[in-house]
Each structure stands twice: as structure tokens, then as C-alpha cells.
Design a protein around this ligand. Structure first.
Ligand SMILES: [Zn+2]
Length: 417
């Protein structure tokens, strides 16, 4: 369908006071998982369900994941379904209800759970991560209703639990217990990461490999080094050798920032306490972010090869183990309908060129991509998530609502527009 852009912009601006009011209501309900000392998301889910009922936005379903650690006994996942002309293909927008703890309260200028408005922004825990996603998707749905549009695709808004602490009771639970929710050709948007002008559409993630290198030699007095086996020297050589990994795994993909795989030595365990002792034991860690085209097994093998060389050269014993081994899923194709449609919306509504990108971190999209579902992570953000004085710009709420409404209005079966 043809979208009346000026009308869409006007409607979203009219809703700004409502968006702020909903943000304030949600911020006042701290929804934290038990790992973060909270009692889960039930109260926040109730407030959201109430809101959706009042606005008559569609059918609501509670998909509860049992969890004895919280007082109600479950972690709620809410589904709002807005029936479209197509019942077998959906546009799904996934936001999370839980927030992280405020941290050191003295770093906040206000009560983190009593949202304040300051000129161009609202400030409070959760306003950007991830209430911006919740509020924008709900107001996009309100615009759809106000304009009396039946979307071509069924629209599903999912408000999930447990994103900040691993998603086992949230998205992972839904994928395992309610797999019918997601279909191969669905368009899925996770508005939980992005950049300041909305030009970054995250479609790929690197694999993460954390390697622990433990070196055993022989401790002795530093005045007679020939009696020992100095593990700090061996460790230093190991790190220098590891520079060759960039040559062993040279692929580069301009979609990623940075474009190549990275192999960074990070943490080192303390060894001896005094200067005149040669250490007989050292442990060092590497954080590697590997392009999805490489099998992590081959990277571990390359670390083993370095270990053998260091053992031969220094007479030490080198043990390699992995602290994190997360093979990335194949990227969402840059020409898949959800990506193309977001870029089209950003062009039409903001006159900006949005691009498909890869990142070195991991988002919940990984769970979906591992099941071969096409998902785009996109949002316009200030990147203050998890920080004191977390804020959300009012204009970002308005503009992201427009993009989501555009997606609801224009996504259709078979092709992207
Ligand atoms: Zn988040």
C-alpha cells in the first residue's frame, strides 16, 4: 500500500504525550530477574496487558515460563496478535520487559524508577533499554488501528522476559516451547540495538571464543634462572606468536566493524609476589571475535599449534582450554525483506541511507538466526543502556514509531513491499 508519509508523521507526533505517559508508568515498575535481585516481570506485564486491552489493540496471550525463584512462579512473555490478511506469515517485533539494576544510586541525578522529562529526553532505568522498543511498537499498532488498516501480514508484538540474564525464560523458552510462533518467512525486528541516526541495521554477529592459556614451568630464584623454567617469558612469546593468527584467519568482511576477526590477549592471572622470583606458573586469556565464515574448531587448533611451539622452545607445559565457545549463526541476508523494508522506511521517512552491518557482540537475535530465522536488529538510540541517567530522546521514540508503523503497513507476503 501507499503510505501517506505526512499523515504518519503527524499521527506519531500526536502520540508523544501518550508515549511519555506509558514510559513513566513502565519505569515505575522495576522488572528485574532473580539473578539481578528482582522478582521478575509479572507486574510490568500486567500493566502492559491492561494498556493493550484498554486500547483494544488485538488478542493478548500470556506465554509463561515456569520459574520457582519468583513469587508468582513464572516469567511472563506477552504476545499481542493483530490479525492480518495473511495468517501464515507475520511481522514480529520483539522487545524485552526486564531491565538491569540501577547500579550505584549516587551516580543518578534522580530516582531511576521515577522517570523525569528533561527538554528533549526522558531519563530513567529502562527508558531506552528496552521500553523504547515496547512503546514504539505499541504506538505503531495504535496508528494502524486509528487509520483502520488491516495489515497484509499478521503483526505480532512480543514482550519477553529474561533478556538481560540469558533469555532462558524469555526468547529461548518461546523458541523451544512455542516454536509455531516463528515461521521461516516471517519478518522479525528486534529493536534493541542500533546507532544514533538509525542507519545501522544489524544482521550478523561474530563468533565469540574465550581462550585460557595456562603455562606450567619451574619456579626458582631469579639469580639462577638456569635452574627454572620462566613461564612469564614463555607467556610473552605466546602472545607475540598469537599475532600470526591474523594471518592464519585473514578473511575480512566490510559489513563488520572491525571488518576482520580479532584475537586480543586480555586478562592475566597474577603470578609471583616478589621481583626476585622466576614464575613457574602463568595464565593468560584471549578474547577472540571471529567472522562467522570460520569454524571455531580451527581457531582452537591454531592456538594448540602455538602451544606446541612454545612447549618446544621453552620446555614448559601449555594447556589450552575455552571459557566461551559460541559459534555465530549465518547472517541474515542483507536483501531479506525485513532488512530491505527498514532501509526503505529510513530513506522515505528520514532521507538517510541505512545499511546492513555486523557487530562483534551478541544479541538475542543469535537465538533466532541459529534457527534460520531472518531477523534484523534495528533502533535509533543514544547508547545509554545500562548506564546511570539512562535516557531516551523524544524524537527517537517518535521516529522509530513511524518506521515500525511503516513496516506494519507495507510488509506483505512474497516480496518486501
Ligand atoms: Zn536490551
Amino acid at each position: 500500500m501507499k503510505v501517506d508519509v505526512s499523515n504518519l508523521k503527524a499521527r506519531s507526533e500526536e502520540y508523544l504525550p501518550d508515549m511519555i505517559a506509558l514510559q513513566k508508568k513502565l519505569t515505575a515498575i522495576p522488572a528485574m530477574g532473580p539473578e539481578n535481585g528482582g522478582d521478575g516481570e509479572e507486574e510490568k506485564a500486567k500493566a502492559l496487558a491492561q494498556y493493550m486491552e484498554k486500547e483494544e489493540l488485538g488478542d493478548i496471550e500470556w506465554l509463561n515460563a515456569p520459574d520457582k525463584r519468583v513469587s508468582c512462579g513464572f516469567r511472563p512473555n506477552l504476545l499481542l496478535r493483530i490479525p492480518g490478511k495473511s495468517t501464515d506469515r507475520s511481522l514480529i517485533i520483539i522487545s524485552h520487559m526486564d531491565v538491569v539494576p540501577p547500579g550505584n544510586l549516587s551516580l543518578w541525578d534522580h530516582d531511576p524508577f521515577d522517570m523525569v522529562i528533561m527538554e528533549d529526553r526522558i531519563v530513567g532505568r529502562g527508558v531506552e533499554d528496552n521500553q523504547q522498543g515496547i512503546v514504539c511498537s505499541l504506538h505503531a499498532a495504535r496508528i494502524l488501528k486509528q487509520l483502520d488498516i488491516t495489515p497484509a501480514l499478521t503483526v505480532k508484538l512480543l514482550f519477553v522476559a529474561d533478556e538481560e540474564t540469558g533469555s532462558k525464560k524469555g526468547l529461548q523458552f518461546l523458541l523451544e516451547e512455542h516454536p509455531g510462533l516463528f515461521k521461516k518467512d516471517d519478518l522479525i525486528l528486534v529493536p534493541d540495538y542500533g546507532n544514533e541516526d538509525g542507519t545501522m541495521i544489524e544482521v550478523a554477529e561474530k563468533s565469540i571464543l574465550w581462550v585460557k592459556v595456562s603455562i606450567k614451568g619451574k619456579q626458582c630464584h631469579a639469580s639462577v634462572p638456569q635452574k627454572g623454567k620462566n613461564t612469564l617469558r614463555a607467556t610473552a612469546h605466546f602472545i607475540v606468536e598469537s599475532e600470526n593468527l591474523f594471518k592464519t584467519f585473514p578473511e575480512s568482511d566490510p559489513m563488520f566493524r572491525p571488518p576482520a576477526s580479532t584475537f586480543e590477549p586480555t586478562k592475566k592471572e597474577p603470578n609471583v609476589e616478589n621481583i626476585n622470583t622466576i614464575p613457574g606458573e602463568d595464565t593468560v586469556y584471549f578474547d577472540c571475535r571471529i567472522l562467522p565464515c570460520y569454524d571455531l574448531e580451527t581457531v582452537v587448533d591454531a592456538f594448540q599449534k602455538i602451544a606446541q611451539k612454545i612447549e618446544n622452545d621453552f620446555g614448559v607445559v601449555v594447556n589450552i582450554s575455552t571459557e566461551m565457545y559460541d559459534q555465530a549463526a549465518a547472517p541474515t541476508p542483507a536483501d531479506s525483506p525485513v532488512v530491505v523494508n527498514i532501509a526503505r522506511a529510513v530513506k522515505l521517512l528520514r532521507d538517510q541511507e541505512a545499511q546492513a552491518c555486523g557487530i562483534g557482540g551478541v544479541t538475542v537475535a543469535a537465538h533466532l538466526r541459529k534457527r534460520h530465522l531472518n531477523v534484523a536488529v534495528w533502533q535509533t538510540i543514544t547508547k545509554t543502556a545500562h548506564q546511570p541517567n539512562e535516557y531516551c530522546l523524544l524524537k527517537n521514540m517518535v521516529m522509530d514509531t513511524q518506521v515500525m508503523a511503516y513496516l506494519m503497513m507495507t510488509s506483505k507476503p512474497g516480496v518486501s513491499t
